[in-house]
Structure formats: structure tokens, C-alpha cells
Design a binder for this molecule. Structure first.
Ligand code: ARG
Length: 469
């Protein structure tokens, strides 16, 4: 067999045991660097800490650690300047090791003592994931802020609340905007949890059995900013649960973005017209001059597909793997990176679309049918001692009658009410008051002005608690 040309794993990693090089068809399958190359900072950080740990364990001299540290700094500087374009290695760990050798010579060969790419890869990606989760949290915070701002602007706007996408009961527009804010606040909680499960140090687990040199894992933990130390080396090298946690938080964000996106698409349509999206987050048509498309909202809705897909890919990847590290696990990174990258473009754009959107209360009023107050009418009879089931029936007949006469519920003759039930008094038309109806829902979580103001305050304090924790 001829030696394959092109990208090759550095022979130095395991060359001793092999006679022939890697088959050319194997090279692209084996390749990880195009994906994990972005972990170079984390890889170097981990290696600096590992060199110090090896010194602490009596494996390296002080002079060697100093050499390695300077060399790793030089590699960081080099990658920062040149990137990794020509690196022939299969992954970032091998590429950094080769560059370190180029920088400091043979002492580079001492760094991998007691360490495996298995615990190294797990460490790098956790370091990356912890920072990524923080960044997503900040983006989520900005979106929640924008939704709270929109809610504040809609405090006095009353719109139809929908169930089954049919007009149900009137609500304040703020109540609608805050409904989305609470969903994203729960997502932020999930993202915090994912960050916490990521913050467990794998280094010191080796390939599977731990490290035979007395490295101080607690010192490694502190130096690298982890919150805990993994308890079992076998579990550690294959534990990707935290990536699933992050991908799940990301998938839920996707689901919530898609629901907000769908509302914005519907509400900005001519038929609804409750919301106007700004020019900056809309697009036109190359053919139809009149078009104003809600692309930001549609893309937010569409990106949910890949966010859910990444979680599915990860769970499927992990299912049925034998204990310990398996090369399948290399596939963890693409899904994780894609989730974070997708969120990092989708959240800011959605935030911008929400922050610059305006309610159009006149359009809300225009489509509000007084049937939205049928429940309030039933409640009117309940307050006069009629059992709810009976009053439901009575109002149902009135609704049918109004429909048959082609008038709104509030336009029925006063006699229609008194004929329908003796408990109806002259004051029945007072029920047809939008403000009165929303302000009647005054309990915690209700849509009265007072309850919504309390809710706005609660959302603001949840947001600041989440961001400052
Ligand atoms: N690139 C691998 C990963 O990301 C780490 C390398 C482990 N390879 C190995 N043959 N043990 O999971």
C-alpha cells in the first residue's frame, strides 16, 4: 500500500505501533480539526494548567514548565495571527502539540505525560461550553428586556386573546408580550443549569483510568475556573450529559423563538395588523413592490428546526455506547457549536425585531368582536346567583341569536336579555366594557392593569437575578 498524501495525523502521536500510514479514504472521516480548531484557546489554557500540575507532581522541573508555558504562549500568538489553515493534524490537540514542538523543541514531548486526548478534549469543550452558555444567557437577557419594553408600551392596549386561534377573551397587549418573556426566562434558568453541569473538571481522568502521577486536581480546578471535580474517570471521559443539557436548553429556546416568530408573522399580516415590524427587520420582494415580509420572525421560527435537530443528534449519538470513551463522541462538538452559533445570530436579531416593533391598538379594536365578553356575561349571571352551567347555556343561546340576527352580542335588544333570563337587569350593558373585563382579572397572573404592573416588576427582577447570579 502506498503512503497516502494530503492531510495526515501527526505520526508522533502513535507512530511507534504502526507500519503503514492512514488510508486516504480514512483521512477525511478521521478529521476533526475543521470543527475543533475553534477550541485552540481552551486547549492551550488547559495545557498551561496541565504543565503546572505536572510540575507540582514532580514530573517536570521548574525550568521545563517555564519553557512550556512560554512555548504555549507563542503558539497562542501564532494561531491568533495565522490561524490553523495549514495544520495537517487530525485535531486541535495534535496541532497545538506539534506547534509547541516547533516553538520549544523536544521538551514539548513531556507535556502529554499522564494525560490523554480523551480527558483533554472533554476539558476543552467544557471550558468552551461554560463561556458559550454565559454568552447565550446575555443574549437571552436582552431579548427578555426587549419583550418587557414592548409589554410596557402595550399596557393600555387591549387585544383579543386567542385559544385555538379563535378570539377568546380580551387581554392587555402587555400580557401577550410578557407571556413570551416568561418562557425565555425559564430558558435562561435551563441555560444556567447547563452551565453548572459543564463546570466539572475532567482533566486528571486520563484515557479511562485516571492519572498515575500525583497531580493536584483541586489546583487544576481553581486555575481553570471549574466549580467541581469529576468523581469517576471512566464516566468522565464519555460524559456528554452537559452538552445535552445545553442543547436541550437551546432546543427549548428554539421552540419559544418559533412561537414568538409565528405570533409576529401572524400579527404583522394585513389581516391581523396588531403589530408593525420595523424596516430594519423586514425585507421586500424582488418582484412585488408592495411586499413587506417579516423575515426576522420567519427565520426565528425556522431556526428551531436545527436547534431541535442538534439535541436529537446528540441523544442518538450517545444512546447505546459502551462504557468509556468511544470515537463517536467526537461528533458531540458540531451539534454543540451549531446550537450556540444559531442562537448567537437568532437571539440578537429577534431582540432587535421585538425592540423596534410597535403595537397598533386601533387594529386590535377594529377586529374585537363583543363575543369576546360572552364569558363575562355568563359571570354577570353567576354574580346574581345563577349556577355557571345554566348561565353558560343561556349566554350560548344569546350568542346564537345575535349571530342569526347578524349583530354583535352587545347590539341585541335589551328585551333579548331579560327574555333569556330573569336575573338580567338594566345594567347588563355595563358588561360590554373592555377595560372593565380585563381589570376584573385582578389576581396574581391576571390581565388587569394592576396585576400586569406587578407582573412587569416580577419579570424585571427575575431578569436581573438571572443576569447577576
Ligand atoms: N478528537 C477526539 C474528540 O474530539 C479526541 C481524540 C480522542 N481520540 C482517540 N483516539 N482517543 O473526541
Amino acid at each position: 500500500m502506498t503512503e497516502p498524501a494530503g492531510r495526515q495525523p501527526a505520526k508522533g502521536l502513535w507512530g511507534g505501533r504502526f507500519v503503514a500510514g492512514m488510508a486516504p479514504e480514512m483521512v477525511p472521516l478521521n478529521l476533526c480539526l475543521p470543527v475543533d480548531g475553534r477550541l485552540w484557546r481552551e486547549d492551550i489554557r488547559g495545557s498551561v494548567a496541565w504543565a503546572r500540575a505536572l510540575w507540582g507532581a514532580g514530573v517536570l522541573t521548574e525550568a521545563e514548565v517555564k519553557q512550556l508555558h512560554e512555548g504555549l504562549d507563542a503558539v497562542a500568538e501564532r494561531i491568533g495571527r495565522e490561524g490553523l489553515v495549514d495544520a495537517p493534524e487530525e485535531d486541535i490537540h495534535s496541532a497545538v502539540e506539534r506547534m509547541l514542538r516547533e516553538a520549544v523543541g523536544e521538551v514539548a514531548g513531556k507535556l502529554h505525560t499522564g494525560r490523554s486526548r480523551n480527558d483533554q478534549a472533554a476539558t476543552d469543550v467544557r471550558l468552551w461550553g461554560m463561556a458559550a452558555a454565559e454568552a447565550v444567557l446575555l443574549d437571552l437577557g436582552r431579548l427578555v428586556e426587549a419583550l418587557i419594553g414592548l409589554a410596557e408600551s402595550g399596557l393600555d392596549d387591549i387585544m383579543p386573546g386567542y385559544t385555538h386561534l379563535q378570539q377568546a377573551q380580551p387581554i392587555r397587549a402587555s400580557q401577550w408580550a410578557l407571556a413570551h418573556a416568561w418562557a425565555f426566562l425559564r430558558d435562561a434558568e435551563r441555560m444556567r443549569t447547563a452551565r453548572a453541569t459543564a463546570a466539572v473538571l475532567p482533566l486528571g481522568s486520563g484515557a479511562i483510568a485516571g492519572c498515575p502521577f500525583p497531580v493536584d486536581r483541586e489546583a487544576l480546578r481553581v486555575e481553570l475556573g471549574f466549580e467541581g471535580i469529576s468523581e469517576n474517570s471512566v464516566d468522565t471521559v464519555s460524559d456528554r450529559d452537559w452538552i445535552c443539557d445545553l442543547a436541550y436548553a437551546g432546543a427549548m429556546i428554539g421552540v419559544h423563538l418559533s412561537r414568538l416568530g409565528e405570533d409576529l408573522v401572524l400579527f404583522s399580516s394585513t389581516e391581523f395588523g396588531f403589530i408593525r415590524l420595523s424596516d430594519g427587520f423586514s425585507t421586500g420582494s424582488s418582484l412585488m413592490p408592495q411586499k413587506r415580509n417579516p423575515d426576522a420572525a420567519e427565520l426565528a421560527r425556522g431556526k428551531a428546526g436545527r436547534l431541535v435537530g442538534n439535541l436529537t443528534a446528540l441523544l442518538t449519538l450517545l444512546k447505546g455506547l459502551p462504557t468509556g470513551y468511544n470515537r463517536d463522541l467526537q461528533e458531540d462538538k458540531e451539534a454543540l457549536f451549531d446550537t450556540v452559533d444559531t442562537l448567537s445570530v437568532t437571539l440578537p436579531a429577534t431582540t432587535g425585531a421585538v425592540a423596534t416593533a410597535r403595537f397598533r391598538p386601533e387594529r386590535m379594536r377594529a377586529v374585537m368582536d363583543t363575543q369576546l365578553l360572552a364569558t363575562d356575561l355568563a359571570d354577570y349571571l353567576v354574580r346574581r346567583g345563577v349556577p355557571f352551567r345554566e348561565s353558560h347555556e343561556v349566554i350560548g343561546r344569546l350568542v346564537r341569536r345575535a349571530e342569526e340576527s347578524g349583530v354583535g352580542l352587545s347590539a341585541l335588544e335589551p328585551e333579548a336579555f331579560s327574555q333569556a333570563h330573569e336575573a338580567f337587569g338594566d345594567d347588563v350593558l355595563r358588561v360590554f366594557d373592555w377595560e372593565g373585563a380585563v381589570d376584573a382579572r385582578d389576581g396574581v397572573g391576571g390581565t388587569s392593569r394592576r396585576a400586569v404592573l406587578v407582573q412587569l416588576e416580577a419579570a424585571r427582577s427575575s431578569l436581573s437575578a438571572l443576569l447577576n447570579r
